[in-house]
Each structure stands twice: as C-alpha cells, then as structure tokens.
Design a protein around this ligand. Structure first.
Ligand SMILES: C[S@@+](CC[C@H](N)C(=O)[O-])C[C@H]1O[C@@H](n2cnc3c(N)ncnc32)[C@H](O)[C@@H]1O
Length: 213
C-alpha cells in the first residue's frame, strides 16, 4: 500500500505538468510562520523539493524527514547542501517518527493517501509528537462542488491507485479530523481555484474527540 517508488523519478514532473507551480506555492505559503531554531517534522515530503524552500528561510532549523518510499527519500537526500539546516532522514512511516516533541509538523498532500481509520491513527500519532502551541502546516486537496474539480480528484485517485497501490480512493475532509484531534485552525488560504488548501493548525489543550482504539 502507498508505494511511491515507481513514480518517484517522475513525480515532480507530473505534478508540475498538471498543476503548474500551485502544488509548491500552496505548501510553502505559510513557511514564514516557522521560527528560527525550530525542531521540525516533515513526513511524506516526497522528493524533498520543499527542503529548498525551508532553506531559503535562512534560519537555523533542525529537521526530521520521514518518508516511506526509499526512492523518494534517496531523491530528497540528494538535495542541498544546506548550510543552516540539520536534517535527519528516516526511511519509514508515522510509526518511525523519532520520539521527540516538535515545534512544527509539515505535511503536504500526505493526509490524502489514507483511508479514514488509518488517517485517524496517523493524526493521533503525529499530534502526540507536537509541542503544546506547536504548529502543524497542512496542505492538501479539498472537496468542492465544482464538476471538473470532482473529476480531476477522481482521476488522481485512479492514477495513484494504479501506480502506487494507494490505500485510499476518496478525498476526506481533513479539517474535521484535525480539529477533532484537538487542533485549532488559525490561518487558511485556498489555491488552484480553491481545490487545494493550505492551513496552519495550532495544538491546544482541548481533549481530542476521537476514542482511543
Ligand atoms: C502524494 S505524495 C506527496 C509528496 C510531497 N509532499 C509533495 O507535495 O510533493 C505522498 C508522499 O507520502 C509518502 N507516504 C505515503 N504514506 C506514508 C507514510 N505512512 N509515512 C510516510 N510517508 C508516506 C509517499 O511515499 C509520498 O512520497
């Protein structure tokens, strides 16, 4: 399930072909919220293109980069060199996240790969790694009532199901899951005719509404 190895070498090319620069613009929009000295978890970062944008903040940052696809991770490791960023690369999934507390969690087009049951577990685990008042920068697709966008989303799920054995085939409403896990959305911006959303969530003291399973 969710094996992006096959498409890793062409992922960025395809993404740009379909969405132009919207994928990278959307996920980097809130990077200015990242403070110097932050301990950051990037999970499902793919080929690591976003690392160049973190680097352009020119702030000292400590990054843990967790990626399930070995080929994606290899591509990410080839980026750089980065002067201000100390990066620890981890080949694995949400269960492989080193047990630290992070100031920032960064996920882009990552939550959309999971079925609901798995998504709830992923969010619970990652939220547990976030410091109090820590920020979770989330960028992903959102469901809209617009006909061509619905079809584009369907087409994407079909494509990724075929090429990566994607576990999910439906776009879920991530906002509800994140808020139910005790996070508060503090900023939001829509991209690409509003079918992508980039948002900043903050960890609050509120108790999660999801039951432990
Ligand atoms: C749709 S791609 C997005 C890549 C990148 N964030 C971007 O925006 O270009 C999803 C990425 O999540 C990775 N992935 C899927 N399931 C994962 C998991 N459970 N833990 C870590 N990475 C995972 C895939 O290997 C893939 O690189």
């Amino acid at each position: 399930m969710n094996n992006f190895d096959i498409i890793a070498p062409i992922y960025d090319f395809l993404a740009k072909l379909v969405f132009g620069k919207a994928l990278i613009h959307s996920q980097t929009y809130f990077l200015s919220q990242v403070k110097a000295g932050s301990q950051i978890l990037i999970i499902g970062g793919g080929t690591g293109k976003v690392l160049d944008y973190f680097n352009s903040l020119s702030s000292p940052l400590s990054i843990v980069y967790v990626e399930k696809s070995a080929r994606m991770l290899d591509l990410a490791k080839k980026r750089g060199p980065f002067v201000n960023m100390e990066i620890r690369y981890v080949h694995g999934d949400e269960r492989s996240v080193p047990p630290d507390k992070y100031d920032v969690i960064f996920t882009a087009f990552f939550l959309d790969v999971f079925i609901e049951k798995h998504l709830v577990g992923v969010i619970r685990l990652l939220n547990g790694s976030l410091k109090k008042n820590g920020k979770w920068l989330v960028t992903d697709f959102v469901n809209t009532p617009i006909f061509w966008q619905k079809w584009l989303v369907r087409l994407m799920y079909w494509f990724f199901k075929t090429t990566t054995n994607l576990e999910s085939n439906t776009l879920l409403d991530f906002d509800i899951f994140l808020i139910h896990s005790g996070l508060k959305r503090i900023s939001y911006k829509g991209f690409y005719f509003n079918m992508m959303q980039s948002a900043v969530y903050e960890k609050t003291d509120r108790i999660a509404l999801f039951e432990e399973s």
